[in-house]
Design a protein. Structure first.
Length: 301
């Protein structure tokens, strides 16, 4: 919660969530039903079974005073004074991408992801982002070109221009466009692999600042996720998957976390996981990054 007193406008509503836009700010707060996924901007409410936010009128105003949030002309009052602050993040994860157990976990999720994308008929396929096959969709080609240049900049610790980030932000369709989802996942992968190294931390800081600066190129919902990703904060589903990979969890747990993360939205979950897996290996010695050539298993390059 940003502060004790604030004013909001209902931005958008869904069955298990409602987005509130803070006045004089370009980010959102999200009211969540009791069984919804935790979000970095989320406020979880103790909602009764069968409750839905979709009856909230978009555009109505609300005020929060002394921790009590109410919406004008609507019989919903929320006491936020004892709300628990969910602040889970990836700032303390130090993934060892040379560890065979971690590599095996990564490979299993990579396989699950690509199989799911193919079976689902997704326009973006993770392995095609790292290849030059002639069968790639137009969207894949655009994302791949920008992502390749960002990968090279990442490995060289040298982000010299905003062009590639600007191209990705807002690219695609949906509540959170494909390019934004890829960037969110990619940032998650980098946050996990800085391992306290100054060069990596400095580069990630520069990249994050650029993402925040350019995030006005997308919609309010996606901009909120990009802002939090740039600060190391992500949804609980993505954090659970990331922790499972980086700790080399057992296959059953990894699969469960991967399925949960990939099921978000229409293709958003799969796109975010694509970015995560690529970000996790951005600072490895995999030669495919420079050549843009990669078989089904990138780590076999």
């Amino acid at each position: 919660m940003p502060r004790v007193d604030f004013d909001v406008v209902v931005h958008s509503v869904f069955q298990s969530a409602a987005n509130l836009k803070l006045q004089e700010e370009n980010r959102l707060l999200t009211l969540l039903a009791s069984d919804a996924t935790d979000l970095p901007q989320g406020i979880r409410l103790d909602t009764p079974k069968g409750f839905s936010f979709d009856k909230l009128p978009v555009g109505i105003r609300g005020i929060c005073r002394g921790g009590i949030l109410s919406l004008k002309n609507f019989s919903l009052i929320m006491d936020l004074r004892k709300a628990k602050y969910w602040n889970d993040n990836l700032l303390t994860v130090n993934a060892d991408m040379a560890n065979p157990t971690v590599i095996t976990a990564w490979q299993s999720v990579w396989q699950l992801l690509n199989d799911r994308q193919v079976n689902f008929g997704s326009e973006l396929i993770a392995r095609d982002l790292l290849s030059q096959t002639s069968k790639r969709s137009a969207l894949t080609q655009r994302v791949s070109k920008s992502l390749h240049n960002i990968l090279v900049a990442t490995r060289q610790f040298n982000l010299t221009a905003d062009n590639e980030i600007d191209t990705l932000i807002g690219l695609g369709t949906g509540l959170t466009p494909n390019g934004d989802d890829i960037l969110i996942g990619y940032l998650a992968g980098l946050w996990c692999t800085t391992n306290g190294k100054t060069e990596r931390l400095d580069f990630l800081s520069t990249l994050s600042e650029a993402v925040i600066r350019l995030s006005n190129g997308t919609n309010d919902i996606s901009r909120t996720y990009l802002y939090h990703a740039a600060n190391g904060h992500f949804s609980s589903r993505l954090i659970n998957l990331t922790n499972a990979i980086c700790s080399g969890s057992d296959p059953e747990h990894i699969q469960s976390c991967a399925e949960s993360a990939m099921q978000v939205g229409h293709t958003s979950g799969m796109d975010v996981v694509s970015g995560l897996l690529i970000g996790l290996i951005a600072w490895t010695d995999a030669k495919y990054i420079a050549k843009r050539e990669c078989p089904r298993n990138p780590l076999a390059c």
